[in-house]
Design a protein around this ligand. Structure first.
Ligand SMILES: NC(=O)c1ccc[n+]([C@@H]2O[C@H](COP(=O)([O-])OP(=O)(O)OC[C@H]3O[C@@H](n4cnc5c(N)ncnc54)[C@H](OP(=O)(O)O)[C@@H]3O)[C@@H](O)[C@H]2O)c1
Length: 346
């Protein structure tokens, strides 16, 4: 009987997690949250946090139910502790209490200081039965960016590169600058749309003149970031065209322009940590680092990464810049067109 009850709860919470994922790339700096309301084993409503500034998942699900009697004997499943504070919207906890929902199942506590356990406390103090930490690990992975940001005071960091099947990321001999195939490149644009920011090194900007935007997928552009100690990148380069919010880390003082912010830092020590600290202060919750070798290796050396995605491509270069070496836990590999994508975690 107990197992049966657990299995049912699991189905509803997994559905809430699935709904939450719809907010990938649109909710930051808020977390992705999903909600399911169940009664007598049947889902009577569901919702998710669609976009920053819009309704929270609980409000979406609750407001779809017009008859308050429907809440009698119902259970609300939510992937993250309901909020108790006034932000862009009013507190979800108050709405749950007002609607007299008797049971609330919560995936994981909100690490955000203004909530952290207080939402749960208020629900309990108002006679609501709370089940905590249900599928906690899955709910943690769902919001890995949000939790890393609030617990480690830095963005969640993804390293990404494409290497030839003989281990090079660049060769000046090659006419076609792309190492990876079309499918891998499209997937990369999807990833860009999911993160708050993207960073590359100066030589990558000079050699490739990248746009660092989202073109092969629908979605928002990340804030583009590059490291340019002496400000050597000419204004004619795409990264300085002002079409997208851009941050440049440099040792020089330079006045900001429309959409372009120059941040002056000392390059003498802990450059990566200082960069991440600046991003944290700007509420940037995730960062994808797309190369080149020198830049990626600096993140690896300072142990500042959470996830690494490497395309090993159907291309042979024979010489050039060797790929970085990553010593992480290999999670899985997937075929993407003719390339193979390897996922690592730290
Ligand atoms: N296959 C791929 O996935 C891929 C991806 C991206 C790039 N690439 C290729 O990689 C090549 C460039 O790689 P790269 O290793 O030569 O250069 P890079 O990493 O793009 O840029 C290195 C430069 O960035 C600055 N920099 C980065 N991190 C720094 C740090 N922690 N401290 C100080 N300065 C830092 C330095 O500029 P200063 O000289 O001003 O000090 C350094 O020389 C390009 O040709 C590009 O085509 C390949």
């Amino acid at each position: 009987m107990e197992n049966m009850e657990f299995s049912l709860k699991k189905i509803f919470m997994e559905r809430a997690i699935q709904l939450a994922r719809n907010g990938l790339g649109t909710t930051s700096p808020n977390p992705m949250v999903g909600c399911v309301i169940e009664k007598n084993g049947v889902v009577i409503s569901e919702g998710w946090h669609y976009k920053f500034g819009m309704n929270h998942a609980e409000v979406e699900a609750i407001n779809k139910i017009k008859d308050n009697n429907s809440f009698v004997n119902s259970t609300l499943y939510v992937t993250l502790e309901p909020c108790i504070h006034f932000g862009k919207t009013s507190p979800c906890v108050d709405l749950i209490i007002k609607k007299k929902i008797p049971i609330v199942v919560i995936g994981i506590r909100d690490p955000y200081q203004k909530v952290n356990g207080l939402g749960i406390k208020k629900l309990i103090n108002n006679g609501i039965k709370v089940v905590e930490n249900f599928l906690e690990d899955q709910c943690l992975v769902l919001n890995k960016r949000f939790f890393t940001f609030h617990k480690k005071n830095r963005p969640y960091i993804i390293l990404k590169w494409a290497q030839s099947n003989d281990g090079f990321i660049y060769s000046s001999n090659r006419k076609n600058k792309w190492i990876s195939g079309e499918n891998a490149r499209q997937l990369n644009h999807k990833w860009r749309s999911e993160e708050d920011s993207i960073l590359v090194g100066k030589k990558t900007v000079l050699n490739d003149n990248p746009k660092l935007n989202v073109r092969k997928w629908d979605g928002k552009n990340p804030v583009r970031i590059f490291i340019d100690k002496k400000l050597n990148i000419p204004d004619s380069y795409f990264v300085l065209d002002g079409t997208q919010k851009t941050i440049i880390f440099t040792e020089k003082n330079k006045k900001n322009k429309k959409n372009i912010e120059y941040i002056c830092l000392s390059f003498k020590k802990e450059l990566i940590k200082n960069i991440l600290n600046q991003l944290y202060r700007r509420n940037i919750q995730s960062l994808i680092v797309e190369g080149g070798k020198n830049t990626l290796e600096n993140f690896i050396k300072e142990n500042m990464w959470d996830e690494c995605r490497v395309f090993v491509c159907n291309t042979t270069l024979k010489c050039g810049i060797e790929s970085p070496i990553i010593k992480g836990k290999m999670l899985k590999s997937v075929n993407i067109g003719k390339d193979i994508l390897f996922y690592f975690s730290r």
